[in-house]
Write a protein that binds this ligand. Structure first.
Ligand code: KIV
Length: 257
């Protein structure tokens, strides 16, 4: 699959499922679960590297982890999920040439077939348009954009009229620039639905209600491994507790033996 194939999912009403992965085990689990897209999100800063925010993760980290994720895949190439890699903080903010060089490294040095960038400020628009013209597919990301943590925290976006109109306008803009899909994070359900209805490209939600063209989740949150769960992701099981309890049992039994 290539990124532009995703529009067929939207046209046929087939829901798109995206899961994040950060290493070869999570790559193998998310592929095994049947995800259409495996996103190597910069949330790996917290999930895999122990940082408090996504800001410290580097381009080299993203490249190394994307390759590890893909080494975990077990299906034949044509049956593997589409891999998208996040461009980390400041890897696309220092001019178009540098952004092309950095996105180009992701495409040349990993099996990822597209990159995800946060925001739609004029500088970001210029970068997105240039990347797409250079042959690098781009997924947009609006709503809560964790790379803007120092400005907006992780507060739900799109609640005031001003914020709602901004997100709607920027969504259309990202589509017009040629993004192949758009992630909407932590915004009101109704706003996500309106945007989904307005756009031809697939809208993939996280904390944005069920009426999107697809859903994306941080897999560590979904399987209950994260220390701090976001309010909009109910784990499918208490992974952390189950693993710790089982390991404790083993440790206890080994001490006795
Ligand atoms: O980094 C990430 O995991 C993401 C998802 C929240 C969409 O961008």
């Amino acid at each position: 699959m290539i990124p532009s194939d995703l529009v067929k999912y939207k046209e046929s009403g087939k829901k798109i499922i995206a899961l994040t992965a950060w290493d070869s085990i999570s790559g193998s689990l998310t592929e095994g679960a049947g995800a259409d897209i495996v996103l190597v999100g910069d949330s790996l800063a917290m999930v895999a590297l122990g940082f408090k925010t996504t800001l410290p993760v580097t381009l080299d980290n993203m490249i190394d982890h994307t390759n590890a994720v893909c080494r975990g895949f077990q299906k034949t190439i044509e049956n593997q999920p589409l891999v998208i890699c996040d461009m980390p903080f400041l890897s696309y903010h220092c001019g178009q040439d540098m952004a092309v060089e950095h996105a180009g490294r992701i495409i040349k040095e990993t099996p990822a077939k597209g990159v995800k960038l946060e925001g739609a400020e004029p500088e970001i628009q210029a970068v997105i348009s240039r990347l797409i013209r250079m042959g690098i597919p781009v997924m947009g990301h609006l709503g809560v954009t964790p790379q803007s943590y120092l400005n907006q925290g992780l507060r739900k976006q799109g609640e005031s009229n001003l914020s709602k109109e901004k997100i709607k306008k920027e969504s259309l803009l990202l589509q017009d620039l040629g993004c192949f899909s758009l992630v909407l994070e932590h915004i009101p359900d109704l706003l996500a639905k309106e945007i989904r209805d307005d756009l031809k490209i697939p809208v993939i939600g996280i904390g944005a209600g069920n009426l999107c063209d697809g859903q994306v989740r941080v897999t560590a949150d979904l399987i209950g491994l994260s220390e701090k769960q976001p309010p909009f992701c109910k784990p499918v099981f208490e992974g952390r507790k189950i693993f710790v309890d089982k390991l404790k049992e083993w440790v206890k039994a080994e001490r006795i033996n």
